[in-house]
Design a protein around this ligand. Structure first.
Ligand SMILES: Cc1cc2nc3c(=O)[nH]c(=O)nc-3n(C[C@H](O)[C@H](O)[C@H](O)COP(=O)(O)OP(=O)(O)OC[C@H]3O[C@@H](n4cnc5c(N)ncnc54)[C@H](O)[C@@H]3O)c2cc1C
Length: 502
């Protein structure tokens, strides 16, 4: 929609959703089901259209992680996030797992019974159906992932269903790749909704700030075609993701007062939790040396167009895990995630990811200008008790044992370089990557919780017509990949908004 058309909509909308990523797509689709409700979805990135065949091939190819349509190029790896309608579902690894009962206990403790495992189950199922999630087809396995499953069994891990809660075990994720096409949230949720006359999608439109006065949002200032416009609505929903949502709140004067003043922003509500509590899942990749036979088998898979880097995982409990599981052990073999190798050579290895880290980072502004990149510090392995380091070392022990199994050893030699158990803490830190699952920067919590930004119904404290509904509201990260939990929470919050008469 053009800026002119935008101005012509002067009467405003029932609901404006800022951020057209995973959660924003779900909310826009569900809230526009009622033709009497007008909904406007605002996305900073492009809309590649209703027909998936017209999308850029790189965003469709489920065999690789694209680096197009992102907020920052050539940046630190933990900062990567999508800027496109459909959000990070357009650039992600396509696989889905569900956490443990302990996750829901933490969320229900913060947000009430709606967040219990039983209450969220129908929303998990709804998301699985709508995203067309399915188990990995046999042909997508390669000899390494097949051997890795055997290796996990050799270590005593039972096969488990990774799409539901449970204890330690091995198995395959649910995936949203259909014949190699990454089936993103824009396809799954927005494509069927686009023809509705009550749904407006504004792509290439940057949400700068909300105009807040006397505890109410009066408008959303957006930048479109280089010009500033104000959108008005009865209800505003922020869904800009774990980095973008705190950024938008802070620019709107909703955050820690001292920080806001530093950037010349007039405080409208003192919310110390905005941008605090950033929780992401770090991990370490342990490289193995593929045998010529493994390289040849992977080359054959690539020639057949069926080379997927990883298709199985182990859900494990570290030596310091007190409840549920806290590790993903992820064998992978194929083209490297970063850089490239000569033709016919591939990267193989096993990663250990911390699923329930204790460390907490921050998202802060560097300026009030919405085009200035945010200050994002994941503060990996910074917890004062050293629990995260201990859990990581425990995970790396499992990696070593797995690499030495009768099933895997014939395919890939021992880790190159120093064994991970001999690495110092600083050396481990230098090798950290991320699973790209940030949450927690606008966390929900009970009324007395000083860091709570929203309540269990996603209402922002101190602002009557504003909600946040995306990964940022989860107070703790699940012991899972986050896309399915975010899809489920957005389905849940769409119902909450409908009940509230939004
Ligand atoms: C590289 C990568 C790989 C991943 N792999 C997996 C995986 O395999 N499995 C899994 O479960 N999860 C994975 N994830 C995580 C998963 O994609 C996220 O949990 C999920 O996308 C979070 O949804 P969200 O709606 O909170 O944020 P997003 O999907 O990131 O959506 C936020 C949207 O808001 C828009 N936005 C932000 N700021 C503004 C603004 N100011 N104005 C307008 N629009 C704005 C963004 O452009 C974006 O489209 C991965 C993530 C990344 C980055």
């Amino acid at each position: 929609m053009t800026a002119v058309a935008l101005r012509e909509r002067g009467r405003g909308y029932d609901v404006v959703i800022l951020g057209g990523g995973v959660a924003g797509s779900v909310l826009a689709a569900r809230l526009s089901e009622d033709p009497a409700r007008t909904v406007c979805l605002v996305e900073a990135g492009p809309d590649h259209g209703a027909d998936w065949r017209s999308w850029p091939p790189k965003l469709l190819d489920a065999r690789a992680l694209p680096r197009d349509d992102v907020w920052e190029r050539r940046t630190e790896v933990h900062r990567i996030r999508a800027r496109v309608l459909g959000g990070s579902s357009c650039v992600n690894g396509c696989w889905h797992t569900w956490g443990s009962a302990a996750d829901h206990e933490q969320w229900a403790g913060a947000g009430g019974p709606r967040w219990s495992a039983a209450a969220m189950e129908p929303y998990r199922q709804k998301a699985v159906r709508q995203m067309r999630l399915r188990s990995v087809p046999e042909r997508e396995f390669n000899s390494f992932s097949r051997a890795a499953l055997a290796a996990a069994r050799e270590l005593g891990y039972p096969e488990v269903d990774m799409g539901t809660s449970g204890g330690p075990g091995c198995g395959t994720p649910l995936i949203n790749a259909l014949d190699g096409v990454r089936w993103n949230a824009a396809f799954a949720y927005l494509a069927p909704a686009r023809t509705r006359s009550n749904l407006t999608i504004l792509a290439d439109t940057l949400a700068d700030r909300l105009v807040v006065r006397d505890g109410r949002v009066r408008g959303a200032e957006v930048v479109v075609d280089g010009r500033r416009e104000t959108l008005t609505a009865d209800t505003y929903v922020i869904a800009c993701g774990a980095f973008g949502s705190p950024g938008l709140l802070l620019r709107s004067g909703l955050g820690p007062t001292a920080d806001l003043r530093r950037y010349g922003i007039q405080p409208e509500a003192d919310l110390p939790g905005v941008g605090a509590n950033l929780t992401d899942q770090p991990g370490v990749f342990v490289p193995l040396t593929p045998t010529p036979e493994l390289n040849a088998a992977l080359a054959a898979k690539e020639k057949a167009g069926e080379l997927y880097v990883s298709r199985m995982l182990v859900r494990a409990a570290s030596a310091v895990c007190s409840d549920g599981t806290d590790l993903h052990i992820l064998p992978s073999a194929g083209n490297p995630l970063f850089g490239s190798l000569p033709p016919g050579e591939y990267e193989a290895g096993i990663s250990a990811f911390l699923m329930k880290p204790a460390s907490r980072g921050t998202v802060r502004l560097r300026s009030a200008d919405p085009t200035t990149p945010l200050d994002i510090d994941p503060a990996f392995l910074s917890d004062p008790d050293g629990r995260d380091l201990a859990a990581l070392r425990s995970g790396l022990e499992i990696v070593e044992r797995m690499a030495a199994t009768a099933a895997l050893e014939p395919l890939a030699g021992p880790p190159s370089g120093r064994p991970s158990r001999d690495l110092t803490d600083d050396q481990l830190r230098a090798r950290l990557g991320t699973y790209w699952h940030p949450v927690g920067t606008c966390a929900m919590g009970r009324p007395g919780d000083p860091l709570a930004v929203v309540d269990g119904e996603a209402r922002v404290r101190g602002v009557s017509n504003l909600r946040v509904a995306d990964a940022s509201v989860l107070p703790t990260v699940p012991a899972a990949n986050t896309q399915l939990p975010v899809l489920a929470l957005a389905e849940l919050l769409a119902d909450v908004l409908k009940e509230a008469g939004a």
